[in-house]
Design a protein around this ligand. Structure first.
Ligand SMILES: Nc1ncnc2c1ncn2[C@@H]1O[C@H](COP(=O)(O)OP(=O)(O)OP(=O)(O)O)[C@@H](O)[C@H]1O
Ligand SMILES: [Mg+2]
Length: 415
């Protein structure tokens, strides 16, 4: 309850003399819901000054106490480091993510430990048990690496600093290593979480044959700078190419998350959340047929279907989602069509999905929002049509099945 309760109940008693006050309250509530604590602080402070001089001393004091006691760790503007020649900033501060992070159980275990140890960093160091709070996230695009880094910053209530590696990697000899040192020195003093995206750009193996020595300098500078960080510093690195990293880098990152494509349980949660399906069986069946999709692919397809629904004023048509899912190949998603599927296409799609994924008629019913009997009838009529088709259709179907199966990374279940 905490802050939300205090503000909500007290805001009702606020003086009405200022016309802008309701607009500020609205802004305050939406900033709170967005986890945008910089704005919450700004608006909170403005509200305190607004009631100054009013007969509301205790309200003012309580709001003061809330503002001083909580919120984002950073309370003063910070000068961000920049490249000495180009003057481009090497880091930007991003807002904490607004979307929830849905996680594999095994990742949750690592993350919970990481957050607990980061929160207890001082106590652990005093007891001689301090650790490096460095986490490396590896995996294909769209698996939630950036989201996870932002989530950690939010959970630790620290600013989220993202390194701009395009600015860090300089064409001038020697400057990249200098920039890397500046980045890490900055995080040491800032109290923020530093996120090094596309980490391989500065942490590649030092035996690269094409290198003229610059890479060695950069990696050495990185290793030394990482070693200088104190027990409270949090550095999160992400890469799509973990195999390229220098072996010495791994030792500096005791926490690791291998973010593979989501397993069946996580896919079910993602479909359920992004399509707003609750516990409906359709989410589970969608999870079964979407094993080559990343978290981000699922989000894009689901939200596109919901946008279509909002524009048309009709409920979400899961058949268009299914059509998009079966057309997705790994790394590439297709958006669901706007409008109905033609009857013949719909019948073909039901049959194809049922065959490819060995779905029972109840599953097909859940997926296409029809009864089990309706699904049975539809599948039967589909089969009759197939029997009347000449051999080539059957061949293309089995080819499709072969292609799909060979493209699968995993069966069902968690990674
Ligand atoms: N585990 C997840 N739970 C909920 N949503 C997710 C998850 N993973 C990804 N998403 C959604 O997909 C979007 C893109 O994910 P994100 O940018 O974190 O992927 P990434 O692994 O950093 O990809 P890249 O390698 O391309 O940088 C997120 O903003 C979020 O909306
Ligand atoms: Mg990313």
């Amino acid at each position: 309850m905490g802050r939300g309760g205090i503000l909500a109940s007290d805001v009702i008693q606020m003086p009405r003399r200022e016309e802008e006050t309701p607009a500020m309250v609205l802004e305050l509530v939406s900033a709170g819901l967005d986890s945008d604590f910089s704005s919450v602080r700004r608006l909170g402070a403005a509200l305190v000054s607004r009631v100054a001089g009013d007969n509301s001393g205790s309200w003012q004091q309580r709001l003061h106490a809330v503002l001083n006691g909580r919120g984002a760790a950073r309370s003063r503007p910070v000068e961000l480091p920049s490249d000495s020649k180009s003057r481009t900033t090497l880091i930007e501060e991003l807002p904490w993510p607004k979307e929830p992070l849905l996680m594999e159980e095994e990742h949750e275990v690592v993350l919970t430990r990481f957050l607990a140890e980061a929160a207890a960093a001082d106590r652990l160091a005093q007891a001689g048990l301090g650790t490096r709070l460095n986490l490396i996230l590896s995996g294909p695009p769209g698996t939630g690496k950036t989201l996870t880094a932002g989530y950690i910053a939010a959970r630790l209530n620290r600013p989220f600093y993202v390194a701009r590696l395009d600015a860090v990697v300089s064409s001038l000899l020697g400057d990249t290593a200098k920039n890397v040192r500046m980045l890490l020195d900055f995080v040491q003093g800032s109290g923020g979480v530093l996120f090094l995206d596309e980490f391989d750009a500065i942490a590649k193996q030092r035996d690269d044959a094409r290198d003229v020595g610059e890479l060695k300098r950069v990696v050495n500078a990185l290793l030394q700078a990482l070693d200088r960080l104190d027990h409270r510093c949090v550095v999160i690195a992400a890469t799509n190419h973990p195999q390229l990293l220098d072996p010495a880098v791994w030792r500096r990152f005791p926490y690791r998350l291998d973010m593979r494509l989501p397993g069946a349980d996580l896919r079910r949660e993602l479909w359920s959340y992004y399509l707003d399906l609750g516990k409906a069986k359709a989410a589970e069946v969608l999870a079964r047929i979407s094993d080559s999709m990343s978290c981000s692919d699922i989000r894009e397809v689901a939200l596109a279907a919901r946008r279509t629904s909002l524009i048309s004023g009709e409920p979400v048509q899961l058949s268009t989602v299914v059509e998009a899912v079966v057309s997705c190949t790994s790394g590439k998603f297709i958006l669901p069509r706007m409008g109905d599927l033609p009857a013949e296409r719909l019948r073909d799609l039901r049959r194809k999905v049922a065959e490819l994924h060995s779905l029972a008629s109840g599953d097909v019913g859940a997926l296409f929002q029809i009864t089990r009997q309706g699904a049975e009838k539809s599948l039967k009529s589909g089969r009759q049509v197939v029997q009347h088709e000449v051999g080539s259709a059957g061949q293309s179907n089995s080819a499709a099945q072969g292609g799909r199966n060979s493209g699968r990374r995993r069966g069902t279940g968690k990674v």
